[in-house]
Design a protein around this ligand. Structure first.
Ligand code: 5BU
Length: 277
């Protein structure tokens, strides 16, 4: 695991060149949470209700905005207001995967206006380097109004059974992240990837990518459609900086209690990892 994962979020925040990552680490330390809730509900009312109730316990809310049956201006304004109220970031798990010209239009503008409200986005690298270059280019354009408060996670591994995002694919993800590090803030992966030796670019001394790990659940080992779960302790032990839980939180009788439990377990695992400093 990278030496950076042994550091406190606050120390990583101080040294980090990326404004959004700095903010993310500051939120984690201030609220004592590394929980990202995957709010996979299907109406705006449910989404905003969850965001408001869970807001105090999470660092990030992850959305699949295209599963809402009633996406509208109200969704955007509501979510944005709650992100400010509770001090969390928004991560649209859109998993862009197309040629550069298309993803630029899917990200900025379009029906979902993702760049307007989502701090964090992600992409798969099946199309090759061009997808990362295209998204980075959009965010760096002088016409892009959201400044530095936007970032990209590369989907370097997946949690589903038989995932093909392994080996060379994962190595290429690390390559592209190093090459476009101004916009790429880290990875969605099941472990820290800083030890991966990429062939194009070598890791710089100060490299500090953020690791988000999905498939976190305290009471289940998986679902009937190939999802595979691990616990907060196991994810954080393997290098996750932020744990992502969906059904383990929103689909139980008391989501607030569940969020508190994931918050506590995630934070204890983090404290154990960084030790006394
Ligand atoms: P769950 O209810 O905790 O299983 O939800 C997991 C969420 O994370 C869901 O929104 C998935 O789309 C998402 N996910 C995942 O489960 N595994 C992955 O490898 C990636 C995303 Br990338």
């Amino acid at each position: 695991m990278s030496s950076k994962s042994q550091l406190r979020y606050s120390v990583r925040a101080q040294n980090h060149p990326n404004v959004l990552v700095k903010k993310l680490f500051e939120i984690a330390e201030a609220k004592k949470t590394n929980v990202t809730v995957s709010a996979d509900v299907t109406t705006t009312k449910e989404l905003l209700d969850l965001a408001d109730r869970l807001g105090p316990h999470i660092a990030v809310i992850k959305t699949h905005i295209d599963i809402l049956s009633d996406f509208s201006e109200e969704t955007i304004s509501g979510l944005t207001a709650l992100a400010k109220k509770h001090n969390f970031l928004i991560f649209e798990d859109r998993k862009f995967i197309d040629i550069g010209n298309t993803v630029q239009k899917q990200y900025h503008g379009g029906a979902l206006r993702i760049s307007e409200w989502s701090h964090i986005i992600n992409c798969a690298i099946l199309p090759g380097e061009g997808i990362v270059e295209a998204l980075a280019q959009t965010a760096a354009s002088p016409d892009f109004p959201y400044g530095k408060e936007r970032g990209l996670l590369i989907l370097a591994e997946m949690t589903s059974k038989g995932s093909l995002a392994t080996g060379e694919y994962t190595t290429a993800s690390v390559n592209y992240a190093r090459k476009y590090k101004d916009f790429v803030m880290g990875f969605v992966s099941t472990r820290a990837l800083s030890e991966v030796k990429s062939d194009v670019t070598t890791a710089s001394e100060d490299e500090d990518f953020v690791v988000f790990t999905t498939g976190v659940n305290l009471s289940s080992k998986g679902d009937k459609l190939g999802q595979q779960y691990q616990t907060p302790q196991s994810a954080i032990g393997r290098g996750a900086d932020f744990i992502i839980a969906g059904r383990g939180i929103y689909a139980v009788p008391d989501p607030v209690e569940a969020a508190k439990r994931y918050q506590q377990e995630g934070w204890e695992a983090y404290e154990t990892r960084v030790g006394k400093q």
